[in-house]
Ligand binder design. Structure first.
Ligand code: EPZ
Length: 432
């Protein structure tokens, strides 16, 4: 088992480079299945969710060539199957994008029900299924496998999403890209990675308009051809390091970002007394005065992102006064607050709202992450705390953050990982 050991209290200074967006990469890699020819994908983040998806594609017969550490060529021309190994699929949430990609390409799909982060609530896919049924697919779920079939190809349809769902918007866009006729996705999600996927598909020959608004129109293409594409920077990785600087104090230049994607985060940090300066493709975050309490509500983009909720609650733990953080996307995403309580944080959760009484400081403790963003938040807690924090469950962090320890160490954090055996220790006493 790997643990992160953090000696808190250092201020952060220097520069940090942001990697390609995880949630764009995990949509674009399955989309490569729909392409006849070689897709060159640049700015891929080096994270375990990306490796898992590439392994799924390889198992299906894709040829993958590593060009350099951030660039790969994927050739799915010879993939002839509509299913993959279910065990690998279950490890990752984004495997559900294989449903849209395989339905688009083969008119049928067999995909294991997605795994991924479980923050305590149910993660349904009814809106994905409703959309594919409207497009003419027959869908069944048995023994944890989603099976979808069509007579030949999906047919374009008008689909109104009952909830603003990132996953359903992406999945239906994938299927629609190779359907017969036009598809309209209404009440669509507008996250930056939805626009990125649309740009990727359009650069391969799809005809998708309106991505980034709440109505997306897809004119089905007969085929998609290979090409080049570079993934956008990761909004949430950038936001996580912005929160780390806000919490620990100091001044850091966060490079290779799209400042517009960060406005929802920058605005909230400014309310908390943090200076955020936007440049062309970077932001400077500086915090010298004590943090001020704030009220936050998570919402679909362009609202404050749910994937930043644990990080902002963590830094509000040592802000002045009483803050509230309301989760507007997921039923339950507050399990990490029990770990913050072990560090001296004072957070009460009532329904979907956390009420945070700011304390002067928190202290290091042995704690455990239960999901990706909770893990990132607990690293920030360790950086802000007095004393040593030992964090378990870091495999979640490595699913979505490239080289977090290296990046944080470079800006002055005292953090390292260590391996601890899970085996029970047998003490052998020497005779005599
Ligand atoms: C994506 O998950 C992200 N994952 C999540 O990021 C993120 O938290 C979430 O969008 C919201 O922004 C990926 O992109 C791989 P949703 P997704 O469908 O697509 C309800 C991270 O930390 N809903 O937008 O699964 C659902 O219960 C991860 O990087 C239905 O009711 O989320 C939730 O309340 C974690 N029926 C809301 O919609 C459905 O069919 C939004 O979910 C689908 C969703």
């Amino acid at each position: 088992m790997t643990q992160y050991v953090i000696n808190g209290g250092n201020k952060l200074h220097g520069e940090i480079e942001i990697s390609g967006a995880k949630n764009a990469a995990v949509a674009i890699i399955p989309a490569a299945l729909m392409v006849n020819g070689v897709c060159r994908i640049e700015n891929l983040p080096q994270i375990s969710d990306v490796s898992t998806l590439l392994n799924i594609l390889k198992e299906m017969g894709a040829v993958i060539r590593v060009v350099d550490k951030r660039t790969i060529d994927i050739d799915c021309s010879h993939v002839g199957t509509s299913s993959a190994t279910f065990d690998t699929m279950r490890r990752i949430r984004a495997s559900y994008y294989l449903i849209g990609a395989l339905l688009g390409r083969f008119g049928k799909a067999d995909v294991a029900m997605p795994g991924g982060c479980n923050f305590g609530g149910v993660r349904p896919i009814d809106q994905h299924m409703k959309g594919f049924v409207a497009m003419g697919a027959e869908m069944t779920v048995q023994n944890g496998i989603v099976s979808a079939t069509t007579g030949g190809r999906l047919r374009g349809a008008s689909i109104y999403l009952d909830v603003v769902s990132v996953g359903a918007t992406i999945n239906l866009m994938l299927g629609a890209a190779l359907a017969d006729g036009n598809t309209f996705i209404e009440n669509a999600a507008r996250e930056p990675h939805i626009v990125d996927l649309a740009n990727f598909l359009n650069s391969m020959g799809a005809d998708i308009r309106g991505a980034g608004t709440n109505v997306i129109k897809v004119r089905g293409a007969r085929r998609l051809n290979g090409g080049f594409y570079s993934i956008i920077p990761d909004q949430i990785e950038a936001g996580t390091y912005m929160a780390a600087v806000a919490g620990a104090g100091g001044e850091v230049l966060i490079k290779d970002v799209i400042p517009k994607h960060l406005e929802c985060i920058s605005g909230k940090l400014r309310e908390m007394g943090v200076s955020v300066f936007e440049h062309e493709d970077s932001v400077t975050v500086r915090r010298v005065a004590p943090l001020l309490g704030a009220h936050v509500k998570t919402m679909p983009y362009p609202g404050f992102p749910t994937d930043m909720q644990p990080q902002i609650s963590t830094i509000l733990s040592t802000a002045t006064g009483t803050s509230t953080v309301t989760e507007g996307v997921w039923d339950n995403r507050f399990s990490y607050t029990d770990e913050l309580a072990k560090m001296g944080g004072s957070i009460r959760v009532i329904g979907r709202t956390a009420i945070i009484e700011g304390v002067p400081y928190i202290t290091g403790a042995p704690i455990k992450a239960g999901d990706l963003r909770a893990g990132a938040a607990l690293v920030i807690a360790g950086l802000c705390a007095r004393g040593v924090t030992v964090l378990e469950g870091v495999n979640y962090i490595e699913r979505g953050y490239e080289k977090m320890i290296k990046k944080l160490s470079a800006i002055g954090a005292d953090i390292h990982s260590r391996y601890v055996s899970d085996e029970p220790q047998i003490v052998v006493q020497e005779a005599g």
